[in-house]
Design a protein around this ligand. Structure first.
Ligand code: 2HG
Ligand code: ZN
Length: 461
C-alpha cells in the first residue's frame, strides 16, 4: 500500500505527551517491521507505532485516538497468520511490547497474572517456578504474547488435554474503544455475576478492546512424559486410532498429524532423517504425561491400536525433542518455499479424513500450479492447510478450501482467528443474526469504531 499520511501535529503531540518521545516511533525504517506479518503475505504501512508502558498509558492513547477518530491495530508478538495484527489500511500500531510483567503468582490456587506483552514462554517459566504448568503451548512460544493469545483464543499443541486459551482465562484487564479500562482480573473460579466480558474479549481480535493483562489458570505439571511417532496408511486410520487413545489414555496431551510429503519437507529443512523411515502416508505424534512409567503406559495404549504401520517411542531427552522438532518446524519449513496461504480449519471428527483426502485435489482444481501442505492437531480436529505456488491476493484457493470446510460442517478458523484473511466468510459460517449481534457488541464497546476496524467483519455484513 502507499505510505499513509504522517500523523497530524496535534495528534503527535498528544501521543508524545502520553508515552514520551522515545515510545512513539515514526521512522519508516523502524516501523516497517510492525507493518508486515510473519508469512510476508500481509504487508501494510503505518504512520506510527506507539509503545505504552502501562494500562493507564494504553487508556490515554486509546482516548486520544477515539477523540480524533484514528484507527488502531493492537500488536503483540506479531506471530499472527491471518493479517489481523498488521496495519493493512494505514492504522497506527499500538504494541504491547512493554507490558511484560508477570505478577501475582498464586502457587496455592494455581494462577498468575501476565501482562499482555509477556511471551507464552515466559508464562511457562513462571508457572514451572511455582510448581505448575501452563496448558497452552505452540511453536512460536518465544515470540507470541499473552495479549495476542487472548485476542485470538489461541489453541496450539495441548488443546486435546487442556482446551484453548479461553479455557485458561479467569479474567482480563483491557482498554475498551472509549478509553475506559475494564478491570476484570479478580474473578474467582466460581462467579455467576452476569456477562463473562473476559470470555467475550477472548477471540475478539482487538475489535472490542486492547487486552493489557490476563489472569491465567495453571495446570499440574506431570513428572513423567512419553512421546511417540506412529505411522498410519491413511487419515481415516489415524482418526480412529486417535479417538481410541482419547478414550483410553487419560494423560493424552497431544495428537499431531502430518503426511509423508510434509515429513520429507521438514526432514530436508532440518537436515535430519524423518521420524519414521520411510515416512508413512500419515505420521501421528502423540504425547502422554502423568505419574509412573509413561513409556509403559503409552506403549500399552499403542499396542492396543489397529493399523499402526510403525512406531518410535521416546521419553525425556534428545529423542523426544527430535520427534517434536519435526512437527514444530513444519511452519518454518513451508515458509522457506515463499509467501503462501494458510487456512486454519477444523472439522467434525467424522468428516476430517474425507476432507484431508479431498482438499489437495480441490486446491489444484482452483489453482493448477499450487501445492498443498497439510498438518495439524488431530486430537481436536484442527487441520492447517498451507498452499504454496499461488499469488498472495489470489482468493480462488481460499474459496475452494473454505467452501469445502463449510460443506462438511467445519469451521473456517480453528485457532488463528479471522483477521482480514477470512472476514468474507464469517457470515456464511455464523449466519446473519449472529453477525448482527456481534456488530452490536462492537458498537457498544467501541462506539467510534477505531479498534482494528478491518478485521472480523466482511464488507456488507
Ligand atoms: C501450528 O500448529 C501453528 O504449528 C501454525 O498453528 C500452523 O503454519 C501453520 O499453518
Ligand atoms: Zn496450530
Amino acid at each position: 500500500m502507499p505510505d499513509p499520511p504522517p500523523l497530524a501535529p496535534a495528534l503527535r503531540r498528544a501521543l508524545v505527551e502520553v508515552v514520551g518521545p522515545d515510545h512513539l516511533l515514526t521512522d519508516p525504517a523502524v516501523t516497517a517491521g510492525h507493518a508486515i506479518d510473519w508469512t510476508g503475505r500481509f504487508r501494510g504501512a503505518t504512520p506510527g507505532v506507539i509503545r505504552p508502558g502501562s494500562v493507564d498509558e494504553v487508556a490515554a492513547v486509546i482516548g486520544v485516538c477515539a477523540a480524533e477518530g484514528v484507527a488502531v491495530v493492537a500488536q503483540g508478538g506479531n506471530t499472527g497468520l491471518v493479517g489481523g495484527s498488521v496495519p493493512l489500511a494505514g492504522e497506527v500500531v499500538l504494541t504491547t511490547a512493554r507490558l511484560t510483567t508477570i505478577a501475582e503468582v498464586d502457587a496455592d490456587a494455581g494462577r498468575l497474572t501476565a501482562g499482555a506483552g509477556a511471551t507464552i514462554a515466559a508464562v511457562h517459566a513462571a508457572a514451572v517456578s511455582a510448581g505448575w504448568a501452563y496448558g497452552v503451548d505452540w511453536a512460536a512460544r518465544d515470540t507470541a504474547t499473552v495479549g495476542g493469545s487472548v485476542a485470538t483464543n489461541a489453541g496450539g499443541l495441548r488443546v486435546v488435554r487442556h482446551g484453548s486459551t479461553r479455557a485458561q482465562l479467569l479474567g482480563v484487564e483491557a482498554v475498551l474503544g472509549t478509553g475506559a479500562v475494564l478491570r476484570d482480573l479478580g474473578r474467582l473460579e466460581k462467579d455467576a455475576t452476569g456477562y463473562d466480558l473476559s470470555g467475550l474479549l477472548c477471540g475478539s481480535e482487538g475489535t472490542l478492546g486492547v487486552v493489557t493483562a490476563a489472569r491465567l489458570r495453571l495446570v499440574p505439571d506431570p513428572p513423567e512424559r512419553a512421546t511417540a511417532a506412529l505411522g498410519f496408511a491413511s487419515f481415516a486410520a489415524a482418526v480412529v486410532a486417535v479417538g481410541q487413545m482419547r478414550r483410553t489414555l487419560p494423560g493424552l496431551e497431544a495428537a499431531e498429524a502430518y503426511r509423508a510429503a510434509e515429513a520429507e519437507l521438514v526432514a530436508g529443512h532440518l537436515g535430519r532423517a524423518p521420524a519414521l523411515r520411510p515416512p508413512p502416508p500419515v505420521t501421528v505424534v502423540v504425547e502422554c504425561a502423568g505419574t509412573g512409567d509413561q513409556i509403559e503406559t503409552l506403549g500399552a495404549a499403542v499396542a492396543a491400536l489397529d493399523g499402526v504401520l510403525g512406531a518410535v517411542v521416546a521419553d525425556e531427552g534428545p529423542r523426544r525433542t527430535a520427534l517434536w522438532r519435526h512437527r514444530e518446524a513444519l511452519t518454518e519449513a513451508v515458509a522457506t518455499l515463499g509467501p503462501h496461504h494458510k487456512l486454519d480449519v477444523s472439522l467434525p471428527a467424522d468428516a476430517l479424513a474425507a476432507f484431508a483426502e479431498e482438499v489437495p485435489a480441490r486446491v489444484t482444481e482452483a489453482a493448477p500450479g499450487a501445492r498443498t501442505w497439510l498438518f495439524g492437531h488431530l486430537g481436536d480436529g484442527n487441520l492447517h492447510v498451507n498452499v504454496t505456488g499461488v499469488a498472495p491476493d489470489d482468493q480462488a484457493v481460499d474459496d475452494a478450501v473454505l467452501g469445502l470446510v463449510l460443506a462438511r460442517h467445519g469451521s473456517i478458523s480453528a485457532e488463528h482467528g479471522v483477521g482480514t484473511a477470512k472476514r468474507r466468510w464469517v457470515a456464511r459460517q455464523r449466519g446473519d443474526v449472529t453477525v448482527a449481534a456481534m456488530r452490536a457488541v462492537k458498537t457498544a464497546l467501541d462506539p467510534a469504531g477505531i479498534l482494528n476496524p478491518h478485521v472480523l467483519f466482511g464488507d456488507g455484513d
